[in-house]
Design a protein around this ligand. Structure first.
Ligand SMILES: Nc1ncnc2c1ncn2[C@@H]1O[C@H](COP(=O)(O)OP(=O)(O)OP(=O)(O)O)[C@@H](O)[C@H]1O
Ligand SMILES: [Mg+2]
Length: 264
């Protein structure tokens, strides 16, 4: 019997950008309907009735274009974003989404942030301190480990976040675009580490624009399109469907650019 690690039922996420809601008192008093209308127009539906089941031990890929809702979905599973509606169930210790900067303290050094986050992930202080050199080495941050985190580039922060997460033996590992933040050697180390955690029975959610790697390492893939699940199934199959859709759009655009204006 297989058991479920992650289950989402009709999850919806609406963002309401604050800056659009700036309203003067006068406006609120004298044209409340106008204000309400504007607020409604500013709402953005990032996830629209998303249902998803990931079994324990499964490596599940999420693909989709920029803005499709992939990171939002991971944020909800990681507990750093609240769904507007729907149910979310996650069984097991989840790696936090350090890539999003949650759990990082800008004024602390790389070393201190690694220890802090290891502890937040449930390791004993001694355990994470013993692994600290490995964590820093994996992230290639030896020369920067004593610098404050606010001096790190976003790529350096992502590498540190991923490194802490994979050194803390998570049961559910959330990976968002980590392959995009390092060189080839770092990417290889990430994939080795993901394979090791997979071998140890972890459940992995893997977001990447690298479709080759996604279909190679994932059991199943979900394709998100404008906040909706477009397809979910065997990795290679869904990755191909997605590639085909992106590819055909790309071709028609090139066609249109190549064709002189007025020819249709
Ligand atoms: N905090 C926020 N406030 C308002 N809108 C947001 C917020 N976070 C995300 N969005 C919007 O929700 C949509 C989905 O964003 P998300 O980051 O999940 O996309 P993504 O699939 O991860 O894209 P990418 O491939 O570029 O990383 C986007 O249109 C984005 O502008
Ligand atoms: Mg994203």
């Amino acid at each position: 019997m297989s058991d479920v690690a992650i289950q989402l039922q009709d999850v919806r996420k609406v963002f309401t950008p604050q800056q659009h809601l700036h309203t003067s008192l006068k406006e609120a008093l004298f044209s409340p309907i106008h204000v309400l209308r504007r607020a409604r127009a500013a709402r953005f539906l990032a996830l629209d009735d998303v249902s998803l089941v990931v079994e324990r031990g499964e490596t599940h890929g999420i693909v989709g274009r920029n803005g499709a809702g992939k990171s939002t979905l991971l944020g909800i599973i990681g507990g750093v974003l609240r769904p507007t509606a729907g149910q979310v169930q996650v069984v097991g210790r989840v790696s936090p989404l350090l890539e999003l900067g949650v759990g990082f303290v800008p004024d602390l050094s790389g070393d201190e942030n690694a220890v802090l986050n290891g502890v937040l992930l449930g390791l004993r202080r001694r355990e994470i301190e013993e692994r600290l050199d490995d964590v820093i080495q994996f992230a290639e941050l030896e020369a920067f480990r004593r610098q404050e985190l606010k001096t790190y580039s976003s790529g350096m922060q992502s590498r540190l976040g991923f490194s802490v997460a994979v050194h803390a033996d998570p049961e559910v590992l959330l990976v968002d675009e980590v392959l995009a933040v390092g060189d080839a050697a770092f990417q290889e180390r990430c994939l080795d580490r993901i394979a090791a955690l997979r071998g140890a029975g972890a459940t992995i959610l893997f977001v990447s624009h690298d479709l080759k790697t996604t279909s190679r390492i994932c059991d199943r893939v979900t394709w998100l399109d404008q906040g909706r699940v477009r397809a979910t199934g065997p990795a290679a199959e869904v990755a191909d469907q997605y590639l085909e859709s992106v590819g055909s759009q790309g071709t028609s655009l090139l066609d249109r650019l190549a064709r002189p204006a007025g020819e249709g």
